[in-house]
Design a protein around this ligand. Sequence first.
Ligand SMILES: [Zn+2]
Length: 353
Amino acid sequence: MFHLVLTACFAASSPLCMPVLLPAGSAATREDCRHGAARITQDWLQDHPDLTGNGFRCVAGNQLPALDLREIAPGVHVYQGRPAQMEDTADGRIANLGVVIGEDRIAVIDSGVSRRQGQEFLTAIRQISDKPISHVILTHMHPDHVLGAAVFAEAGAQVVAHHALPRALAVRAQSYLDNALRLFGAEQMLGTEIVLPDMVVTDSMTIDLGGRSLLLRTARTAHTDNDLTVFDDASGTLFTGDLLFRELTPVVDGSLLGWIDWAEMPPSPVPSLIVPGHGRVAQNWPEAVKPQQDFLTALRDATRETIRDGLPMSRAVPRIVEGMSAWRNGWQSYEATVARDATASFKELEWEQ
Ligand SMILES: [Zn+2]
């Protein structure tokens, strides 16, 4: 497959130009790619007034950078992010991303932290299959999962998410973009934008990919208030999004108690493969979820103790962090996260009866 690559320049302070893949121009031959290229680049630039074009070319897919995908079951491919917090990495590529290929269509689960990562994800998928990508499913609002979605929307995919995601993401959109730009620079973030869903899931939804179906299910407020899981019936693979953290310290951005409750209910049907939002793919649910559950219940108990002792938040947070020190081992980016978690936990539990 050939991809249309525009050189786009960002002229805010010092001019910076980066290759931007325009999925609307992808074609089986170089000739076909060239055919509509001028119009497609012009239309795209019109929608991106902060960028200017500096020429385009049609490039064979194997000449472009691509994410490293691993096939974990027939037709199920995973990119494994680096288990660290965004601020501890150079490019923010920390989230696991998934692809499920049916007989007729492809669904993508999460999209990466930037347009650039989304492009490399799309290029990698196109090295495996040229079937249409019908859906990009966002497991929740966090930037490491959603900021590559525009690439798939431009490739023709419907963007699907939990019904609470549009509002939650719209409120945070500018701060997510500003923060990512500050952390990773324009070279990583050029052309990155927020895309809101075309379709939302209220309770559950099935997506037929031909010969296999994905079951999407919303969760009650847990990691965030817009968590969605995806189960592939053909392989028994469950994509949990950030409802499951492995290796990377869990981040509470919804409800600690809700999250503990969620993890107490074993998934049904029982998955044979579990793709967490961060960390390694697992095969056994109780084993996969136990370290996170131990961490979260310890956080809850340490927080309740400070509330029982009547401590104000300024004194409670360091005490909770201290109380959690036995859970430090085995979790990446622990120091950066545990104080944030203690604050979130205190704010939530302070009002418990
Ligand atoms: Zn998250």
